[in-house]
Structures are given as C-alpha cells and as structure tokens.
Design a protein around this ligand. Structure first.
Ligand SMILES: Nc1ncnc2c1ncn2[C@@H]1O[C@H](COP(=O)(O)OP(=O)(O)OP(=O)(O)O)[C@@H](O)[C@H]1O
Ligand SMILES: [Mg+2]
Length: 306
C-alpha cells in the first residue's frame, strides 16, 4: 500500500513556499521519518536553499532526507511520446490520414505543463511509496491550481467522452451487425482507453481530497496582497473539494497584524514562522531556525510512527 503522505506548499510568489518546504522536510527527517523533498516548480530553488546541485535523480541531503528537482521538459516530452504512441496504436486503421497533423496540434496545447507535473507526481508516488513524507515545493499559484484542477476537469471531459463513445458503438453495431450470436464483440479499444483514464484521474482526485494522504500548506506573509491571493487559493481549492490542512504565517514580525486574515482562516490550524535576520540558506541555518521555532513544528507536524 502507498502510505506516503504528500505535503504541498502553495502560496503567492515569494512568500516562502520553498523555504517552508525545506524547513518542514528537515524537521521531519530529524524526527526519524523517511522524507523526500520534490521541487515541482520549474524555477527550482531547492538547490540554492540546500546549497547542493540537485537534479531529477534523488540526492541525499541529510540522514533520512532525499531531494529531487523535477525536469519539466523531460515530462512534457514523455507525455507527448505517450500520446503519439497511443494515437498510432488506437487509430492504426486510419493511417491513410495524416495523424501527425493532429499530433502537432497537441504539441501546442496549453495544458502541457500541468499534465507533465501530474505525470511526474504519479511517478514519484510510485517510486517512493515506501517513504513517510513526500514534500512538494509548488510552482506559482496559477500553475499550482491548474495542477490540482486537472483531475476534476479531466473527469468532466471523460464522462462526456464515455457517453459519446457508447453512442458511437451502439450505432456501429447496428449498422455493421457485428453482434453475431455467440461471438463476443471485442471491447472497443477507444472506450477501454477512456475508462482507464477515468480510473487514473479518479485515483488522483481521491488522493488530493483525502486528508490522510494529502496535506495542503498555504504559506502567506502578513501583507494584504498575499492575504488576498490566499483567500482566492482557499476558494479555488474548495471548489474542487480540496481543503487546506494548515496555513503558515511566514516572515512574521513583532508588529505584524493579520486580523482580517485570522477570520477567514479561523478553522484552519496555523503555524507562525518569524522573520529571520539570518538568511535561511544551508542546512545549518535551517536547523538553527528549526531549533528556535521547535514549538511551532511540534504542535503541527507530528505523525505517530507506525
Ligand atoms: N521566515 C523568513 N524570514 C526571512 N526570510 C525568509 C523567510 N522565509 C523565506 N525568506 C526569504 O524570502 C525569499 C523568498 O522565499 P522562497 O524562495 O522560499 O519563497 P517562494 O514562495 O518559494 O518564492 P517563489 O514564488 O519565487 O517560488 C527568499 O529570499 C527566502 O530566503
Ligand atoms: Mg519557490
């Protein structure tokens, strides 16, 4: 069984998603959990934070802590390759038509980035299912929301496609009288593929909605713009039945006030991270910061060892 808990860090640009993700991963690894931190943001920052040359191969940062930066271009190519093979396989009887023409349209499709991230996410969950925590440093809000939206949106499409395909099959059977007595009608290849995809997206949707499996951490700063964007993120996620697991009030200063914010997020557990005068770069500085803010982490990020 895939027991790894996903923790996603979302929020407005520059609020401290990458830093909070790094701090959380170091904290959990220190507690003895097996942790992988994954940068899903194409503008990777984890290499800079940990001062290591990270890549798409897991790198051991500290005991119990691995890190990976996802190569988005690789996953876009992988996705296009899968589609190309699929088109050729499913429509082999149509080779008289130039199928590559349709393929070149897909190559310019606007959703490639989020498909690539979803593919990478699925692969990570498969490859690292034995770990305790998968910590995802997410890209800016627009792409992060598209990522979470993709399974729900695709499900709507797929339901329509299934109905359409069923109709086509019924009509085809009527016309060609394929349903000859005793002869099993070979399950339609296209229908089968659509059903497979429905299952895949349903699994993703269930994973994102399940609080046992997925924790969304919304990072924000004590300023109006980051609050406004945080509220939009909360609502966008609520629309697709994904709830926030915690908020992280980052870069707090003594005089920071966030009363409006507290009301909107009143029911959601909150962590407060102070503004750090020392740059939060390098594992030693992260550990020092953690030591000073132990209570914040302790109260939130504990999960009983099995
Ligand atoms: N608690 C903190 N105190 C002081 N500086 C911080 C704190 N958290 C983050 N920073 C600094 O703020 C800047 C932005 O942080 P970070 O890169 O983690 O944000 P981000 O939300 O991931 O940004 P992006 O949207 O570009 O991915 C960095 O210089 C980081 O070192
Ligand atoms: Mg970042």
């Amino acid at each position: 069984m895939n027991k790894a808990t996903n923790i996603f860090f979302v929020g407005k640009g520059g609020v401290g998603k990458s830093t909070s993700a790094a701090l959380t991963s170091v904290f959990l690894a220190q507690k003895g959990f097996q942790v992988l931190i994954i940068s899903l943001d194409p503008a990777h920052n984890q290499s800079d934070i940990f001062e290591k040359n990270l890549s798409d191969k897991p790198f051991q940062i500290a005991p119990n802590l691995l890190a990976i930066e996802i190569d988005q271009e690789f996953w876009i190519k992988q996705y296009l390759k899968d589609i190309h093979n699929q088109i050729n396989k499913t429509y082999s009887y149509l080779t008289a038509f130039n199928l590559d023409k349709y393929f070149s349209v897909i190559k310019h499709s606007p959703c490639l980035e989020e498909y690539a991230l979803i593919l990478a996410f699925e692969q990570i969950r498969k490859d690292f299912s034995q770990l305790d925590y998968l910590i995802f440093d997410m890209p800016p809000t627009a792409l992060a929301l598209k990522f979470f939206n993709l399974p729900s949106l695709s499900m709507i499409w797929i339901e329509h496609l299934l109905a359409l395909r069923e109709e086509i099959i019924q009509k085809r059977e009527l016309i060609t009288k394929i349903k000859i007595l005793k002869k099993e009608f070979e399950r339609d290849k296209v229908l089968k593929k659509i059903e497979e995809q429905r299952k895949q997206y349903q699994t993703l949707k269930d994973t994102f909605e399940d609080r046992e499996l997925t924790q969304i951490s919304l990072v924000l700063n004590p300023d109006k713009l980051s609050h406004a964007e945080s509220i939009r993120i909360l609502k966008a996620l609520q629309n697709i039945h994904i709830s926030l697991y915690r908020t992280i009030n980052n870069k707090m200063q003594i005089d920071s006030s966030c009363t409006d914010f507290n009301e909107v997020f009143a029911d959601i557990p909150m962590l407060n991270f102070p503004y750090s005068e020392t740059p939060l770069i390098g594992i030693d500085n992260l550990q020092r910061f953690l030591k000073m803010n132990d209570d914040q982490f302790e109260k939130q990020l504990k999960k009983e060892l099995p």
